[in-house]
Design a binder for this molecule. Structure first.
Ligand SMILES: Nc1ncnc2c1ncn2[C@@H]1O[C@H](COP(=O)(O)OP(=O)(O)OP(=O)(O)O)[C@@H](O)[C@H]1O
Length: 204
């Protein structure tokens, strides 16, 4: 689905992500773990096209189109950034409609216990509800690839399970799913774990 080869990133000369190889395949739920600061978010931002690597290659494979990841639509790639990043001026329903390219997604909002909040804007719901709406937005167009950064970090146990059930369902229908998480519940439900070590701090 997507191959990353030797992808790396530094900020101001300080490594944020050591060169990483990663292959994502259809139907598999992969969890990315590692200590705080090891580069999980950096890797996900690069894989999702929200950040540019300093080096390495990102190769999309069918059913993804042969375009750079930052040009993919929500139908190809659903992304849940750590920052959540919903459009503040749109309701939750309209955030989903924008990703889907038309109305829909009511059943996803219901499944995430957000149905009664569909007409509210992100600023009018809790952080956990915003995060679940971001999960719904990532899944609403049934993308081939789903990337989610700590998608249960603001959830209670029960809601975390709802989120995980939907991410697992995406993998069952054939999506490749990559999740960064510290949550043992996420790790226990993954098909594969990829662990990042903290990069050595550059001398001087
Ligand atoms: N925009 C940035 N400018 C400078 N340094 C950054 C920037 N983004 C991340 N870093 C640094 O890069 C390293 C990796 O950060 P990243 O957020 O990818 O780690 P992480 O494994 O996701 O951490 P956490 O588990 O705490 O979310 C950290 O040392 C961080 O301080």
């Amino acid at each position: 689905m997507l191959s990353l080869r030797g992808v790396r990133k530094s900020y101001g000369g300080t490594p944020a992500l050591r060169p990483v190889d990663l292959d994502l395949v259809a139907g598999e739920l992969v969890v990315l773990t590692g200590p705080s600061g090891s580069g999980k978010s950096t890797l996900l931002m690069i894989a999702g096209g929200w950040e540019t690597p300093d080096g390495g290659e990102i190769v999309p494979r069918p059913p993804l189109p042969e375009v750079p990841v930052d040009r993919m639509s929500w139908r190809d790639l659903g992304f849940v950034p750590q920052s959540i990043s919903l459009f503040e001026e749109l309701t939750l329903a309209d955030n989903l409609a924008l990703a889907r390219g038309g109305p829909g997604g009511a059943e996803l909002l219901e499944a995430l216990e957000l149905g009664h909040l569909a007409a509210r804007r992100p600023g009018e719901v809790s952080r956990g509800e915003q995060q679940r709406a971001a999960v719904a937005r990532a899944l609403v167009a049934a993308p081939s690839l789903v990337i989610a950064d700590e998608p249960t970090s603001h959830q209670d146990h029960r809601r975390a399970r709802l989120v995980l059930d939907l991410l697992r369902a995406a993998a069952v229908r054939g999506a490749a799913v990559l999740i960064a998480s510290h949550d043992a519940a996420v790790v226990s439900r993954a098909d594969r774990e990829i662990r990042l070590d903290a990069p050595a701090v550059a001398p001087g």
